[in-house]
Design a protein around this ligand. Structure first.
Ligand SMILES: O=C(O)CCC(=O)C(=O)O
Length: 371
């Protein structure tokens, strides 16, 4: 565990000067975004907005239909094809208490309206990456104030973050996380069924697993065509459950080389396949690149919950999916090393998953041998 903590501590931000708040920045009237926020990727087209091309809609999975004997098989098929073809779906009738969700929404808005001096207490500290702020990943910055923290195992919680949140925020957040953890375990069970792999193997890996949350506030942006709320990336997790807290759109998913905007469905949660599930399914399911655009008028608030295996688990293709006809596409590695390696890299597209591919390792070994 020490190796994990030390490596994580030295892996990211090098001091408070690299942590910036966009909310603070926009307190001064602004008509153009500062140069270090200009980073829109012009290469991949967005889906054309015109009546000839109706917007492709993200699959919708109804949790109620999945738990009902009469409708389960059909919904499982839909789940399987959504994870294969989209890597994303909207989950309705998920059963997460609406009072907990409403309370949480209210408290997140309250949190972001706290004076900067209050939020400063939770700021990302030197040589860390957990906490509040817009951490500098490279010379360019995303247009959003994030708050990232590890929430499970509980002894990995930073004493100045989760435990120090105002109780009015901390308590509904704790209830929400417990509900999401239960929901995640059920979803992973259905995913195991859909993939036809041993349910126990998946349950044992993810039970009381490594979990984290990223809450993000994307303020209105004076030049949305130039800045990006969150740069393109896939998630390192098993699955991610995203709550679009204030219902403002902005999430886009890359499919067939085109960015497709996702339409908000009230009370739905968005679930996506992460890199670990792509690895475990040996590439059957896809972790898909996504990004968040900015909006000239409205702020967007989201909370992503990342569900991963236990730190003691081994990440790799599920053995029952491997055969001479279907050889492993990804390397196996301990979860602790996986997390450390992930946090020591830049968040960029699917670069981390690429590094896990057997092909690339072999190529690297061959290259090393030829030096
Ligand atoms: O804010 C969003 O909608 C997406 C958040 C996300 O992708 C992340 O936090 O990794």
């Amino acid at each position: 565990m020490a190796q994990f903590s030390e490596a994580m501590a030295s892996s990211k931000s090098d001091g408070l000067d690299s942590v910036i708040s966009v909310l603070e920045l926009i307190k001064e009237p602004m008509i153009s975004v500062p140069q270090n926020y200009v980073q829109i990727d012009q290469q991949d087209p967005s889906f054309p907005v015109c009546s000839d091309h109706p917007l492709p809609t993200l699959p919708i999975i109804d949790f109620k239909l999945m738990v009902s004997v009469d409708t389960k098989d059909l919904e499982l098929e839909k789940l399987h094809s959504s994870c294969k073809e989209w890597g994303f779906f909207q989950l309705v009738n998920h059963g997460v208490s609406s009072s907990v969700m409403n309370q949480l929404r209210h408290e997140i808005v309250e949190y972001y309206s706290l004076p900067f001096e209050e939020k400063r207490k939770y700021m990302v500290r030197p040589n860390d990456f957990q906490g509040y702020g817009n951490t500098k990943l490279d010379e360019k910055l995303d247009w959003g104030d994030r708050f990232f923290m590890i929430t499970n195992p509980v002894h990995h919680r930073k004493p100045h973050l989760f435990p120090e949140l105002p109780p009015s925020f901390r308590n509904p957040l704790e209830c929400y996380l417990l509900e999401l953890q239960r929901l995640a375990m059920k979803l992973l069970g259905f995913i195991a069924e859909a993939l036809k792999v041993d349910l126990k193997e998946i349950e044992e890996m993810f039970d009381d697993g490594f979990q984290s949350v990223r809450m993000t506030y994307y303020p209105p942006c004076p030049q949305p065509e130039l800045a990006i709320g969150l740069r393109p990336h896939s998630d390192a997790a098993g699955i991610t459950i995203l709550n679009q807290v204030n219902g403002v759109d902005g999430l886009q998913i890359k499919k067939g080389g085109v960015w497709i905007p996702m339409k908000f469905i009230p009370d739905a949660l968005v679930v996506n396949v992460g890199d670990i599930l792509e690895i475990m399914s040996n590439g059957v399911y896809k972790s898909v690149e996504h990004r968040v655009t900015t909006n000239p008028e409205k702020e967007r608030i989201s909370m992503a919950f990342f569900v991963c295996p236990q730190l003691e688990a081994e990440v790799g293709p599920v053995t029952s999916l491997i055969s001479p006809q279907n050889p492993p596409l990804f390397r196996r590695t301990g979860m602790e090393k996986y997390v450390t390696d992930f946090f020591s890299r830049k968040l960029y597209a699917k670069s981390f998953l690429e590094s896990m591919k057997i092909e690339s390792t072999e190529k690297a070994t061959q290259l090393d041998g030829s030096r």
